[in-house]
Design a protein around this ligand. Structure first.
Ligand code: ACM
Ligand code: ZN
Length: 538
């Protein structure tokens, strides 16, 4: 790795003569931006927000922005001052999320086909304002996303995060034009969503009796012996959904099955092959006890859970997990073996496929679609499933070739629980090394796919697993600025992708993140310093 960093810096020297400064530093980079001489001084006049038929709730974001610059904003178009116009227009090239933004002496105008487009225009407008002062450069921007699915994930099972932080995480996503929040709500270490029909999920499955200290590979294992847990009430879940919706972020809830089920089994042991007893796990890994695929009771439970989840989340997708399900307990279970026989299945992989197919049918009957991790390919893909490719790109490639939609989250580029630097001072992590530059270079469309097959790649997502991440501050440190790099991967055009240009914009953007109270990792500061002054000792 060190070797590639050295090579990288030599390459930089070859192509960069100076570190160009610009007063326009939008992240993610817009499709087209033409700046002209002059600026609109927000401090001089009041602003009249003209919504032209756009949703009033958008004015909240504009108000907030204008107030932060001490600008009096009024809704009355007759107010003397420059106009801020938000217009729903019909511009085919902008699609469902694009916008145009114009800043000129006439004022500020944002046009889009949709409210979401206007929202993204406002986000760009916020980034267009200098950190200090109130002068908006004259500019004409046309912008729209490269991918429809632009996601970030957060694991709240291994460690739980307060509602306020979940909202902040979503708000930061929206500022970077992400539109899908994958909420990993259940796993072996804790069940985090209230399910009213199954109260023991709250009283038992939401808690574990302690947590591993140090890395999972350490011997002997040590535990803190502190009861740990909690869950989000349905009222809190609704609050988060509403908060996300106002920012055009759709939440994808994940209910893990058939593996990663120890917490649920601790509450309802009859759903496991042996009947238990089971305990919510205090350590990290993959565990043999899973939901029994032979008992009807398992499906009654999961359908009951899904009924409530589907009732809460308005989005089209429910993530049903499907990853890392050992087949050990199914092999030894008379009920599972009976199911294999009765269904004429070849083996336990086909039993997993039976499980996912059955759940898919149920979810589809409720008008929703399933997403599963790439293991759902094994034993045969459920007919309408979307595959989340995490063990590399292969699962995504195979699924796209089978004409299934795909979300790319390959570990090498998209696992934000990996280390981001080789320094010994980095906080303990699961392992791996995924620096910002690596994320930036990610290309979600694999070369192995034809143009037609590529259409099945909906987009990409980064995952933030939290075995080693206990606090919101630490979560932010792992997510930012890597999420800024991913935002460019999923939003900005492939043409013109340029890491040096990204770093140039990140110098200002890092300051913005600080102003937004983000505990952002600072490794780029050194890289930027080196670009500005190649004599700097690294
Ligand atoms: C995963 O990282 N187990 C999907
Ligand atoms: Zn079983």
């Amino acid at each position: 790795m060190r070797k590639s960093i050295v090579l990288f810096f030599s390459a930089v020297l070859a192509v960069t003569t100076s570190f160009a400064q610009s007063n326009i530093n939008i992240v993610p980079r817009p499709v087209k931006l033409v700046a002209s001489k002059g600026s609109l001084d927000l401090s001089k006049r009041a602003a009249a927000i003209d919504l032209s038929g756009a949703d009033v709730s958008l004015a909240m974001f504009l108000d907030e922005f204008l107030k932060s610059k001490d600008v009096e904003a009024g809704r009355d178009p007759k107010t003397k001052g420059y106009p801020v116009k938000l217009t729903i227009a019909k511009v085919d090239t902008l699609g469902a999320e694009g916008y145009t933004l114009s800043v000129s002496k006439k004022g500020i105008s944002i046009q889009a086909n949709t409210e979401a487009g206007l929202f993204y225009g406002i986000q760009t407008l916020i980034q267009l304002t200098p950190l200090k002062g109130t002068k908006l450069p004259y500019v004409e921007i046309t912008d729209y996303p490269r991918f429809a699915y632009r996601g970030l994930h957060l694991d709240v099972s291994r460690h739980m995060f307060p509602v306020e932080f979940v909202k902040k995480y979503i708000d930061l996503m929206a500022k970077h034009k992400f539109n899908r929040f994958h909420w990993h709500l259940t796993d072996d270490q804790g069940w985090r969503i209230e399910i009213k029909n199954y109260p023991q999920l709250q009283s038992t499955a939401a808690y574990r009796n302690g947590t591993l200290i140090g890395h999972a590979g350490e011997n002997p294992e040590r535990f803190d012996n502190k009861r740990y847990g909690g869950y989000y009430t349905q009222e809190e879940v609704k609050e988060v959904i509403e908060y996300a919706a106002a920012r055009y972020v759709t939440i994808i809830p994940e209910i893990e099955m058939p593996g990663h089920a120890l917490a649920a089994l601790s509450a309802y042991p009859q759903l496991g092959c042996t009947g238990g007893p089971y305990e919510a796990s205090m350590k990290w890994g993959v565990f043999d006890p899973v939901f029994c695929a032979g008992k009807e009771e398992t499906f009654v439970f999961l359908e009951g859970v899904l009924d409530e989840v589907i009732g809460l989340f308005p989005g089209k997708y429910i993530h049903i997990g499907g990853d890392e399900c050992p087949k050990t307990s199914w092999k030894a279970c008379p009920n599972c073996q009976q199911r294999i026989k009765a269904q004429g299945l070849k083996d336990e992989h086909e039993l997993q496929s039976y499980f996912i197919n059955r759940i898919e049918k149920y979810v589809n009957s409720k008008g929703k679609q399933i997403i599963g991790w790439d293991e759902i390919l094994e034993g045969g893909l459920a007919p309408n499933a979307t595959v989340m490719s995490w063990r590399g790109e292969e699962g995504g490639i195979a699924a796209a070739k089978q004409k299934h939609t795909v979300i790319m989250t390959p570990g090498n580029w998209c696992y934000f629980d990996h280390y981001q630097d080789t320094s010994k001072t980095e906080p303990l992590s699961i392992g791996g090394l995924t620096p910002v530059r690596e994320v930036y270079t990610y290309e979600p469309l694999p070369a192995q796919l034809t143009g037609d097959e590529s259409k099945y790649i909906l987009g990409a997502q980064a995952n933030l697993w939290t075995e080693y991440i206990e606090t919101p501050q630490h979560a932010e440190y792992m997510a930012y600025p890597r999420a800024c790099a991913l935002a460019e991967v999923v939003w900005s055009p492939k043409e013109g992708k340029d890491y040096i240009n990204f770093l140039q914009r990140m110098e200002t953007h890092l300051q913005r993140l600080k102003n937004w109270n983000v505990n952002c990792a600072q490794h780029l500061v050194k890289e930027i310093e080196y670009l500005k002054n190649p004599q700097t000792k690294k």
